[in-house]
Unconditional design. Structure first.
Lengths: 276, 272, 316
């Protein structure tokens, strides 16, 4: 048996870790590999779902609304009023569905997080890598829908080129803080409550299917405070072309702030949850 | 312990001798299990209420009135409410006849332990469907109460709305359990969403069929949820007709067929 | 004359030509056996022998493909529900309800038999005491250890006071201490007069618990009798186990054959010599100039019976 030489690290030299971006991308790649196996299952509900809503609400209900009069909508046909809101709601749902059950599952079901934390990846890298994947999914879903909107002639202005980044920002503004929260859960029941008492009422009452003027006055400030309303207002303005820079700045600023808070919280909750 | 020879009709009181009647014991078990998480179960009743407020009242303000089943105009929210009642009956039954049945079949092995007792495959099928119907009622009853409180009930015929809603739940539950016995993996459940979402949106819940071009309208007429919506709408808004009996028979037929298939499939999967 | 009739053992289960086929695969190939009241009857065999399929047919959850099967005087296909009402089943994999507590598992199961709540409550207390789980009565099932879950399954199977208890590999997967607790409980049940029918691939379990047993292999019954009868019939009183260095084994086997043992088997790692007196033969082996790495003289067991009958060991 030939003697093998053993290489001993020189004293004082430390192994070099890749930078945080590279680490996040490594975590992201894991989700990408999984997605290659499961993409077929999600593609139909990612694409068909919002299309169905657009068809039923936009065109079906729209025929009833247009008959009655669209003054309260700003004079546009109902489908043009509703379409950008469906885009916004779809992005919100993409953000939530990627930030809740997969994050919880990463700890309790398929245990991807547990496996990853044994490597050089730090909890914050796991968080950012997963968010990168969520962003990719949100962007894919939004892009499909924007294409449909364009094809159906529902984008009425050149501001519409900003629809994709706007809806991605909305989705991420939901995904970042929700993922930070979901990683702390011990059972899955709170997530069902978030859907039932959080995203569903948001989707129904944030000026999506009817203008906020229909809501009683005392409840309107509550709607203005919610993220989906800002997303809906932003997307609608971009779609219809009546963008005022002041309002747009408020909407974008709100969503960016929400994302930043989420990112800050996530690095902390992931650390506390994974390095126990 | 001496053994008595077994006679084919023995095996308990007269009640248990009824085919499928033993299934009530399995329903007891589900009730015991869900008692712990009653809030999760009960809060599901809230969803159709949200839709009623948002679509019925919120969008209703943009629509005004619609032609009702009697031929005269009704406020939009009175038109939408019975449709959402049918949807709540369907949704209540859906989870417990699809996802939960699959989980119990493949992972919890619940049916295996049950089938070692006097219960048979048909008992199991009946109990799963029965439980899903109970859950559908759990959603329909509060919705009906809210409808009454909002003044959306226009006729004493609405008393039949509860059994009609139970019929919708029965058809949903039976079809759900029967189809779930054919599923092979969790990915197959995408099909459940793929069917239930369009059903929810396009079955005349939110707008009359007259909105559709003729061809589409004919197709929708054959869907079970549409039949349920029509039955409930006609009852609640006071426009009953003998027609409704045919529609109810259609739902009942789906229920009975699903029940038979479910029993046979469970036997095929577990009593092999 | 009632006195004489009372001496005749009552037959609870009779199988003739019992067969079970799954498509082209025959799991149980025309077996015959009888189960007498009050005995502990065992099916011994390796995995895939057809034991579990036979248990499922006995439990009336699997229809026989061919042959006759009579359980408690009834036909399993026609009278299934009525027969199941008088059986207790301990399946191979735990089928406990993980989302209920220990007590609730017994309650719910008892309700499947249509028993009244008060009766179930009484029996629950007795049964939990019997399997020593009283302190865990209100705990959820999921966090219990494997041994505790098996004991709970046994308690559950007794809730309807069954006449026959069917156990499919009752101690597989348990640690030695848990196994002994289970054996002890089953032994007490036997003393109380419950008829047991069990499958196992552990020979010590079969020897400890069974009054009579059949050896099953590839769907057929290879032998039947009490453990002692089987050993006497198919093996010698003692076995001499010798191990040699791998390259020396063949040469050693030839030399041993020259000594004309009553019977010798060469397995992958040992040479087994079946003799009435193992020590005497060992002296002859040493006198012949052989130096084994290890030597062991032990009494015959059912494993040797199985090896003789099928040419294979019980545990692959």
């Amino acid at each position: 048996m030939a003697a093998t030489s053993v290489r001993v690290a020189a004293p004082g030299a430390r192994p070099k870790l890749p930078g945080p971006l590279e680490l996040s991308i490594r975590a992201f790649r894991c989700w990408l590999v999984m997605y290659r196996r499961t993409w077929r299952a999600s593609i139909w509900s990612s694409i068909l779902g919002p299309l169905f809503y657009l068809g039923a609400m936009g065109y079906g209900l729209g025929s009833l609304v247009d008959k009655h009069g669209t003054a309260s909508l700003g004079g546009v046909p109902y489908v043009v009023f509703v379409a950008p809101a469906v885009l916004a709601a779809h992005s919100m749902n993409s953000g939530l569905s990627n930030a809740m059950f997969p994050v919880f599952g990463g700890i309790h079901w398929n245990k991807i997080y547990i496996a990853a934390r044994a490597t050089m990846l730090r909890p914050v890298d796991i968080y950012r890598g997963h968010l990168l994947f969520a962003t990719m999914r949100i962007a894919m879903n939004a892009a499909c829908f924007v294409v449909f909107l364009g094809a159906f002639g529902l984008i009425k202005s050149w501001w519409g080129v900003f629809l994709l980044p706007a809806s991605v920002l909305l989705g991420v503004a939901f995904a970042a803080p929700i993922a930070a929260w979901a990683v702390t859960l011990r059972t899955q029941t709170p997530m069902n409550y978030v859907i039932r008492f959080g995203s569903l009422p948001l989707m129904l009452f944030s000026g999506t299917f009817f203008p906020l003027s229909q809501l009683p006055a005392w409840i309107r400030p509550l709607a203005y405070a919610t993220p989906l309303w800002h997303g809906v207002a932003l997307c609608r303005a971009l779609c219809l072309g009546n963008v005022t820079l002041g309002a747009a700045a408020i909407h974008v600023g709100y969503l960016v702030a929400l994302t930043a808070v989420g990112l800050w919280a996530g690095s902390r909750t992931y650390y506390r949850r994974l390095y126990v | 312990m001496s053994s008595r020879p077994v006679r084919s009709t023995s095996g308990g009181s007269g009640f248990s001798a009824l085919p499928g009647a033993r299934g009530i014991r399995l329903i007891e078990r589900h009730a015991r299990f869900y008692r712990r998480m009653w809030l999760v179960v009960a809060s599901g009743a809230v969803e159709p209420l949200f839709y009623l407020l948002s679509v019925g009242v919120g969008i209703g303000g943009l629509i005004g009135t619609v032609t009702g089943p009697g031929g005269h105009p009704v406020p939009y929210r009175a038109f939408v409410a019975p449709g959402l009642l049918a949807v709540s009956a369907l949704n209540g039954a859906l989870n417990d006849s699809t996802f939960n049945v699959y989980g119990r079949l493949k992972f919890e092995k619940l049916y295996e332990s049950v089938l070692a007792t006097p219960l048979g495959a048909q008992d199991v099928a009946l109990s799963e469907i029965g439980w899903a119907v109970l859950r559908g009622l759990l959603y329909s009853v509060p919705f009906l109460i809210v409808m009454a409180a909002m003044g959306l009930i226009a006729s004493p015929w609405a008393l039949l709305a509860l059994p009609a809603a139970a019929l919708v739940s029965f058809a949903t539950a039976a079809a759900g359990v029967a189809l779930t016995t054919y599923m092979k993996s969790w990915q197959d459940f995408e099909y459940v969403m793929l069917v239930s979402v369009p059903l929810f949106l396009f079955s005349g819940t939110f707008y009359p069929l007259s909105v559709y071009p003729n061809v589409v309208g004919v197709i929708v007429e054959w869907t079970p949820l549409y039949q349920g919506v029509v039955i409930l709408r006609d009852l609640v808004l006071g426009a009953p007709s003998w027609d409704l009996l045919w529609r109810a028979a259609y739902l009942a037929a789906i229920g009975v067929a699903g029940l038979a298939v479910a029993g046979r499939r469970i036997a095929k999967l577990l009593l092999v | 004359m009632p006195g004489i009739l009372a001496l005749v053992p009552e037959v609870l289960v009779r199988a003739q030509g019992l067969t079970k086929r799954f498509g082209s695969f025959t799991a149980v190939d025309g077996i015959d056996f009888e189960l007498q009241a009050g005995e502990a009857f065992g099916f011994l065999g390796p995995n895939g022998a057809g034991k579990s399929s036979t248990m499922r047919m006995l439990g009336c959850v699997s229809p026989p493909t061919a042959g006759n099967l009579t359980i408690l005087g009834g036909d399993p296909v026609r009278d299934g529900a009525a027969i199941r009402a008088r059986l207790g089943v301990v399946p191979q994999e735990d089928t406990l309800d993980n989302e209920l507590t220990v007590r609730e598992n017994l309650l719910v199961y008892g309700r499947y038999f249509g028993l009244g709540r008060k009766l179930i409550a009484e029996r629950t207390d007795q049964l939990l005491d019997f399997v020593q789980l009283t302190e865990r009565a209100d705990d959820m099932v999921d966090p219990l250890s494997g041994g505790m879950k098996r004991r709970l399954t046994i308690a559950r199977s007794l809730i309807n006071d069954p006449e026959i208890l069917i156990l499919d590999e009752p101690t597989t997967g348990l640690d030695p201490q848990a196994r002994h607790v289970v054996w002890d409980r089953l032994f007490r049940l036997k003393q109380r007069g419950v008829t047991l029918i069990l499958t196992t691939h552990y020979m010590d379990e079969a020897e400890q618990l069974c009054d009579r047993l059949v050896v099953m292999d590839h769907g057929k019954i290879a032998a039947e009798g009490t453990p002692r009868e089987l050993i006497a019939r198919y093996s010698t009183p003692e076995v001499l186990e010798l191990r040699f260095a791998p390259d020396e084994q063949d040469a050693a086997a030839e030399k041993i054959n020259d000594l004309s043992p009553e019977r010798a088997e060469v397995t992958a790692d040992r040479i087994l010599i079946y003799e009435a007196d193992g020590d005497k033969f060992l002296e002859r082996v040493r006198a012949a100039g052989l130096t084994p790495l290890t030597e062991l003289v032990r009494r015959s067991s059912l494993e040797d019976v199985f090896l003789r009958l099928t040419g294979r060991t019980l545990i692959d």
